[in-house]
Design a protein around this ligand. Structure first.
Ligand code: ADP
Ligand code: ASP
Ligand code: MG
Length: 440
């Protein structure tokens, strides 16, 4: 029998109605044996995500000593699910323990993880599958980085004797047993870890759209669904903001070549997107696979005459960044200028200190910091076979009156990144989309 690992995201788990759809999907195929779940997401635009509320619970307990007030919302949401689905579980006892432990916790991770914990506990009972806690099988190292070797050993051993299991996504434990989460959207990573551990034939990632689209559907109306895409292209797109799949979800399955199928819980018959090891052959007119972008970047622009002949100039700037724990995105340079593009969040509350340290390290002629930059990536394996892709992007942006502040084309033409002002973010995506996918 084939083995499928299925991960269901927040919208798929948002209430009892959605959850009964999920259970129908699981029961429709006997191969759907290992189920990884997210916490309930939003039921409508005005609603909140359980995970966000749990972070609020932690913050409230830090301020007021107890999370009792916001925790009421958590109680209500799960009560609706358990009541409507008639799941036999002593929910109140679980919730009481969780509330108490959040009040005693010293980091937000435990609180944040309880959304997926409860989702999986309830679903395991509902489906009559075994509940396997992620705390047992997903491990982080002491420094907080993910321990892939130990995790794969533990997860393979634990799941090998279990035919059908439900596992909470998003978290694991540190060597001292304390809960730690992945970054937001991390249940996608948990699903991939489980798929590798059980040597799955397929990792189905069930969400609320019918596949990976050529651009963010919140910006472009009805973008095309990408039928098939390589791990590499997918990683570039998701890292650059196509939030449908966590960018790190590629790594565990890539090691054993397990394909990922993005599927829509609310339209299960749609084929979705297949993410595979090798890029499918592109037709001549399929240069670009997709476009993605993200906001909230800054540029530190350093100028110094003759910097090119000064040995170790870039290294000294990089060691300042390292000192502050900053990993930067790009470092475009000119003859006498070097700029560092980094997430603005790294600068908050310490920009002056970082600038002062760079001045101390390289004595520049000038140093300025610009905020409000957005980065947009145009990705495609077909692009390197055809000259002129970059010029099509820049012509389209010039026509749309967008001022390009930064360009990074890397060493191959598989990914061209432009930096623009955040106000031009949507216009940039639209202009590039129309150039490559528009009906002209
Ligand atoms: P889940 O809760 O199932 O993990 P997410 O909200 O994390 O779902 O991801 C799905 C959402 O990603 C979609 O609803 C869509 O708004 C957004 N999205 C952004 N870029 C893309 C893209 N290129 N293709 C499809 N969806 C995208
Ligand atoms: N619930 C977590 C989040 O909202 C993880 C996930 O859904 O993948 O980020
Ligand atoms: Mg997600």
């Amino acid at each position: 029998m084939a083995i499928k690992v299925c991960k269901f995201g927040g919208t798929s788990m948002s209430d009892s109605k959605a959850i009964s759809r999920v259970s129908e999907i699981i029961k429709a195929e006997k191969d759907r044996r290992y189920i990884v779940l997210s916490a309930p997401g939003k039921r409508n635009k005005e609603d909140f995500k359980i995970t966000d509320k749990l972070y609020e619970c932690y913050n409230t307990k830090c301020k007021c000593g107890t999370c009792a007030e916001p925790f009421k919302f958590i109680r209500e949401r799960y009560q609706e699910i358990v009541d409507a689905l008639k799941v036999k579980i002593d929910l109140k006892s679980y919730l009481d323990v969780i509330q108490k432990e959040i009040d005693e916790s010293t980091a937000p991770d435990y609180a944040a993880s309880r959304g997926e914990y409860l989702s999986a506990l309830i679903m395991a009972k509902y489906l009559d599958y075994e509940f396997v806690d992620a705390a047992e099988i997903i491990r982080f190292k002491e420094d907080g980085s993910f321990d892939d070797v130990l995790t794969n050993e533990l997860a393979s051993a634990r799941l090998s004797g279990v035919a059908y299991a439900v596992i909470p996504g998003f978290y694991g434990t540190l060597p001292n047993g304390v809960v730690k989460t992945f970054s937001r959207g991390g249940s996608d990573v948990s699903g991939s870890i489980v798929a590798r551990a059980v040597s799955a034939d397929l990792y189905e990632n069930w969400t609320d759209v019918s596949g990976f689209m050529t651009a963010d559907p919140r910006i472009i109306d009805n973008p095309k669904i990408i039928k098939k895409v390589s791990y590499q292209e997918l990683r570039e797109l998701s890292y650059m903001g196509a939030s449908v799949l966590h960018p790190d979800a590629i790594f565990p399955v890539r090691l054993s070549g397990i394909p990922i199928n993005i599927k829509n819980t609310f339209s299960p018959e749609d084929k979705g997107t297949m993410i595979v090891a090798h890029s499918p052959a592109h037709k001549a007119d399929e240069l670009v696979t997709g476009i993605a972008g993200k906001k909230d970047f800054s540029v530190i622009l350093v100028e110094k005459s003759m910097m090119n002949s000064e040995l170790g100039f870039a290294r000294r700037i990089m060691s300042v960044l390292e000192e502050f724990g900053i990993s930067f995105e790009h470092m475009p340079s000119g003859v006498d200028t070097l700029s560092v593009v980094l997430a603005t969040s790294y600068l908050v509350g310490r920009e002056d200190k970082i600038v002062a340290r760079i001045i101390e390290a390289v004595s520049p002629d000038s140093i300025v910091v610009h905020h409000g930059l957005a980065l947009i990536a145009t990705v495609g394996h077909g692009m390197n076979a055809k000259v002129g892709t970059a010029s099509r992007i820049f012509t389209a942006l010039a026509k749309a009156n967008v001022n390009v502040r930064m360009i990074d084309q890397g060493s191959s033409e598989k990914n061209i990144i432009v930096g623009v002002q955040s106000v031009d973010y949507e216009a940039t995506i639209k202009a590039i989309y129309n150039e490559f996918f528009g009906e002209n």
